[in-house]
Design a protein around this ligand. Structure first.
Ligand code: CA
Length: 239
């Protein structure tokens, strides 16, 4: 099998509890990933820059810089998938983490098997929804006023300036802009962006939408692109 040369996906695990870190790392290695471990916030930022991981498993409570600050800094140069590890009941931390660009969170104590399954789901997730991939290659960019969404190239332009979105932000915009006349519930968005088995909280969508609107210059009280449909969820606007 070695001649296949499948590039191993790289995962950076950042957790200062060394016993937990090494258990997580060994499960991920067994699942076939190339795993790097770091124990402090500043090291995590440095290594994220040089390693260019596909996924960062990031604990929130870290020495040096906390996970929120690590996330904020990593987001200045990377759109990799960030899965936060949070303490049970830390609702505020979860929301802050998502608002600074984390994609998802898992609450401690968690099952390592569950964590590995989440990572596998994310990495199996195509860079765009598989079903749409074939047509999307032929599809012209979707235009909503000054906003242009190029689903095939996974690029977004606002008044001809590129907009840097995280993977999850792009996927949400892709789902909404691909069905521009349809109001989608949070759960429908989750099913299309994450996975049908995803057990998280629907509020995650609201936090990602808030980030998306900020990057698109959309006023949350009067959005032009990502509209709120009361009692339902979200719908794409004409721009
Ligand atoms: Ca910790």
């Amino acid at each position: 099998m070695a001649q296949l040369e499948i590039p191993q996906e790289r995962i950076l695990v950042v957790e200062d509890e060394k016993a937990l870190a090494s258990v997580v790392a060994s499960y991920l290695r067994r699942a076939g990933y190339d795993v790097t471990l770091e124990y402090t916030g500043p090291d995590a930022v440095t290594v994220a820059r040089t390693l260019a991981p596909d996924v960062i498993v990031l604990d929130l409570g870290l020495p040096g810089l906390d996970g929120i600050e690590v996330c904020r800094q990593v987001r200045t140069f990377s759109d990799c998938y960030i899965l936060m590890l949070t303490a049970r009941g830390d609702e505020v931390d979860k929301l802050i983490g998502l608002s600074v660009g984390a994609d998802d969170y898992i609450t401690k104590p968690f099952s390592t098997r569950e964590l590995v399954a989440r990572v596998q789901t994310v990495l199996r997730r195509p860079r765009r929804p598989a079903a749409a991939a074939a047509e999307v290659d032929l599809e012209p960019p979707r235009v909503f006023g000054d906003l242009r969404v190029d689903a095939a190239g996974r690029e977004v332009w606002l008044s001809d300036e590129p907009v840097q979105l995280t993977r999850t932000e792009f996927d949400i915009l892709d789902v909404l802009s691909g069905q521009p006349k349809v109001a989608l519930s949070r759960r429908q968005i989750i099913d299309q962006v994450w996975d049908v088995d995803w057990l998280g909280d629907d509020h995650v969508v609201d936090v990602h939408v808030a980030n998306l609107r900020r990057k698109l210059g959309d006023d949350p009280n009067e959005p032009r692109y990502v509209l709120t449909v009361r009692g339902v969820g979200y719908r794409m606007g004409k721009g």
